[in-house]
Design a binder for this molecule. Structure first.
Ligand code: BTN
Length: 335
């Protein structure tokens, strides 16, 4: 099942009316008259709205009243109250999909899809960094955003780092949880991974055609089950679920705040104002100052992570020499 605001106009119409009149009962006839749709259509839309997880009370002779909202990240829930200029203004929601990243990449070249979000309740073939699988059951927040960015190709390597910073800021603002950033773009809480980012870019003659940013947030997932499935993955260091830390927060607010933060950070990239991004990332980073090791094609690197460069590369001091790393998975080691 795929939902967007455009292909559910009737549902959105009925729902908006119920939302704005949720202190009173509205009869099928009232809804039919005001919204200029048949009573059968009203009934069908009410049924669908209930299937989407909204609670609608119905009382004989009185009618319908919206009791509570859904927790699903439905397009009209994300777009309503969204403060961004471009990001997330269009949302495509899938109950189940192989990978939002694959879907978004298929849609990415269309200029009309700049800023569009592809979101799924679950993914059957979620993709992680370095060709890994990303376990994506119901309860998590799995989405990809299509960008036709204005920023120059020279700052593109900073984009994943900037995106991780945007999500960490959003987590702090909405859930009041301090997260750390593990190079290159993992987000952790108490040393366990709560979110990851995947970037696919399409470049043409030194210009960015489009970028698809995939975001996976372990929100309300069964940590034990995921850890069991991932325990043999190289460099696996454990997962945590954000919802466990703060049970009151709604995922919609987190997604909306992230889109805001990301849009703001992209304006810094547009003006090549990268110093602030690097500074803020470093403050939140759990990597800088750590003894780390990683395997590269050229062999193992082992040393102290001292900083990230202007382009997001990690600088590791190994035997008093600085080594520059642009990709890979680091492991924290005790000295
Ligand atoms: C990582 O390995 O840390 C990156 C994980 C990225 C997962 C997200 S979930 C939404 C989007 N769709 C995918 O298939 N992957 C990304």
């Amino acid at each position: 099942m795929i939902y967007s605001s455009h292909n559910n106009l009737g549902v959105v119409k009925v729902l908006s009316f119920l939302k704005s009149h949720n202190t009173e009962y509205l009869s099928g006839q009232d809804l039919s008259d005001v919204l200029r749709i048949s009573r059968v259509a009203v009934w069908k839309h009410i049924k669908k709205i209930r299937e989407m997880g909204y609670k609608i009370e119905s009382k004989q002779k009185l009618g319908y009243r919206l009791e509570s909202n859904t927790d699903l990240l439905l397009p009209w829930e994300i777009t309503s109250g969204l403060k961004t200029k471009v990001f997330g203004k269009q949302v495509y929601y899938f109950e189940s999909i192989d990978s939002t990243q694959n879907q978004a990449m298929r849609m990415a070249s269309n200029p009309a899809n700049n800023g569009a979000l592809v979101i799924a309740e679950k993914q059957t073939n979620g993709k992680g960094r370095l060709g890994r699988k990303w376990i994506s059951p119901k309860g998590g927040i799995w989405f990809s955003i299509i960008l036709h960015p204005q920023f120059d190709i020279s700052v593109i390597t900073l984009f994943p780092i900037a995106s991780a910073l945007a999500l960490s800021n959003a987590i702090e603002k909405t859930l009041n949880i301090k997260s750390e950033l593990k190079w290159p773009n993992d987000i952790t809480v108490n040393g366990k991974k709560v979110a990851g980012m995947l970037v696919d870019a399409s470049l043409e003659s030194n210009k960015i055609e489009n970028i698809v940013l995939g975001v996976g947030i372990n929100f309300n997932v069964d940590v034990k089950q995921i850890e069991k499935m991932l325990k043999d993955t190289p460099n696996f260091y454990g997962v945590a679920s954000l919802g466990e830390q703060n049970k009151t927060i709604k995922p919609i607010l987190l997604v909306q705040t992230f889109l805001n933060e990301l849009e703001e950070i992209c304006t810094l990239l547009n003006s090549k104002d990268t110093k602030k991004i690097i500074k803020d990332w470093t403050v939140k980073s759990s990597t800088i100052g750590q003894n780390v090791e990683l395997n590269t094609k050229e062999g193992k690197i082992k040393g102290k992570a001292i900083k990230i460069d202007h382009d997001g590369a990690l600088i590791i001091s190994e035997n008093k020499k600085n080594v520059r790393v642009i990709e890979g998975d680091i492991t924290y080691i005790s000295k």
